[in-house]
Ligand binder design. Structure first.
Ligand SMILES: Cc1cc2nc3c(=O)[nH]c(=O)nc-3n(C[C@H](O)[C@H](O)[C@H](O)COP(=O)(O)OP(=O)(O)OC[C@H]3O[C@@H](n4cnc5c(N)ncnc54)[C@H](O)[C@@H]3O)c2cc1C
Length: 415
């Protein structure tokens, strides 16, 4: 049931990042919501990416995200510029990548073509903007200023003075979400006291389409394959070390990364700029209010060690659209709490599980005690040797475990 006659828009998505644009595209493509008018509020839409270079910010996208982005009309174009990875190697600082207690997974053992793709965040945003699904979406190039909720509508005031009314507000405005703040929704969590340093590297040995991750006491160091043969570094470390790394001369930086990598890719050299991201775990205490739903980093921020942040955000968007479409089909008030709480229950529990798991891994691998280090290595060896545990690990990495929205589970990939 469209409320189009009463409001300017049926849904206004605040934030045109990867998750906001994807959610808007999914709303547009959903047949049961045909006739809906959707807007995205975003002050800084991306420029067209340079096809000859790889932007510094990249994400490991899961199979579930691939399915969702396919439905959003953007995947084919994203894949052309992304790098598939077929293998994953995870090992403890006290061990080595070819030891018995290193975890090695290969797509070939699961019958999958790959374990995921490394894609530029900017490219994902851009191809979503270019997708046919987004054509019908109104782009409001401004920031969110304030929100007012009435019984039958919400009014969104923008930084350029415009005001629009809508049936539903979807907050997709990232970790510092103004939507969440304006609604007075608090969040639980903590800063990790860790910073992730990112850069692109040239490596002596080829990356072999493998995602490498070594757990050091201060945090993991990861190397993700890029389509131009370089690798993307994500080195989680103390804020002090991160600042020193970012300020170091390029040669010194290369030497330090080579040492920390245990030379798994041979000698490495800095081949880009560098950036640092302070890390935190945050989980919104509420995902919904009447006429409001939060998705993506606006609802949760997670440690990047498992590469899950935006993958969870895409699942939020797809699940929300499914809940809304089911409600409209059943003639329910889709913007009421009764319906929106279905989305909140669904995604809050799935996200809490992943937030908890990555937090535990980060703590476990940060433990310096000799006993715990030995137990940790036994645990890795056990997971690596048990077919059931291996399968579960790969299903989680592919984003195909848990309670999935139909556009992922009906694709034939999900278990
Ligand atoms: C080092 C690092 C590595 C990572 N690696 C991975 C990975 O491999 N895989 C993975 O899945 N995730 C990864 N992540 C997490 C991922 O980057 C985030 O989860 C993702 O960017 C969140 O997307 P989003 O659209 O929810 O929010 P954002 O990307 O923060 O987008 C929010 C948008 O809202 C807009 N906005 C903000 N305020 C307003 C306002 N007031 N009004 C209107 N618009 C507003 C912003 O301009 C922005 O466009 C990583 C994170 C880090 C830090």
């Amino acid at each position: 049931m469209s409320n189009g006659r009463r409001h300017d828009f049926d849904a206004v998505v605040i934030g045109g990042g990867m998750v906001g644009l994807c959610t808007a595209a999914l709303l547009e493509r959903e047949e049961r919501l045909s006739g809906w008018r959707v807007a995205v509020v975003e002050p800084s839409l991306p420029r067209a990416p340079d096809p000859d270079s790889v932007d510094l910010r990249v994400s490991a996208l899961s199979r579930a995200s691939e399915r969702i982005l396919q439905a959003a009309g953007a995947w084919d174009a994203i894949r052309e510029h992304a790098c598939p990875y077929t293998d994953m190697v995870v090992w403890d600082a006290a061990s080595s990548p070819d030891a018995r207690d290193a975890l090695r997974f290969s797509a070939s053992e699961t019958g999958e073509p790959d374990l995921g793709h490394i894609a530029e965040n900017l490219r994902v945003q851009w191809e979503l903007l270019e997708s046919p699904e987004i054509e019908g979406v109104t782009l409001l190039r401004a920031g969110l200023e304030s929100l007012e909720f009435q019984a039958d509508a919400a009014t969104v005031s923008l930084t350029d003075g415009r005001r629009v009314t809508c049936g539903l507000v979807i907050g997709a405005d990232g970790g510092q979400s103004r939507t969440r703040e304006l609604c007075g929704i608090s969040r639980a969590g903590w800063a990790y006291g860790q910073t992730a340093v990112v850069a692109h590297l040239r490596t002596e040995r080829p990356h072999a389409h493998t995602a490498w991750q070594r757990f050091l006491p201060d945090g993991p160091i990861a190397f993700l394959p890029l389509r131009d043969g370089r690798v993307s570094l994500v080195w989680t470390t103390t804020p002090e070390n991160a600042a020193a790394l970012q300020a170091s001369e390029p040669d010194e930086f290369g030497r330090r990364v080579t040492d920390a990598s245990a030379r798994v890719l041979g000698k490495v050299e800095l081949a880009s700029g560098r950036a640092g991201f302070p890390l935190a775990l945050w989980h919104a205490r509420e995902y919904v209010r009447p006429r409001l739903a939060l998705v993506g980093d606006a609802a949760h921020t997670i440690h990047p060690l498992a590469g899950q942040g935006v993958n969870l955000g895409f699942l939020d968007g797809a699940s929300l659209v499914e809940v809304l479409a089911d409600a409209v089909e059943a003639g329910e008030d889709h913007a009421g709490l009764r319906v929106l709480r279905r989305y909140a229950r669904w995604r809050r529990s799935e996200n809490a599980l992943m937030l908890g798991t990555t937090d535990t891994l980060n703590r476990l691998f940060g433990e310096r005690s000799v006993g715990i280090a030995a137990a940790r290595r036994c645990g890795l060896a056990l997971v690596g040797s048990q077919p059931f545990a291996r399968r579960l690990f790969v299903r989680r990495a592919l984003g195909l475990a848990g309670d999935l929205p139909g556009i992922v589970s009906r694709s034939g990939y999900a278990s």
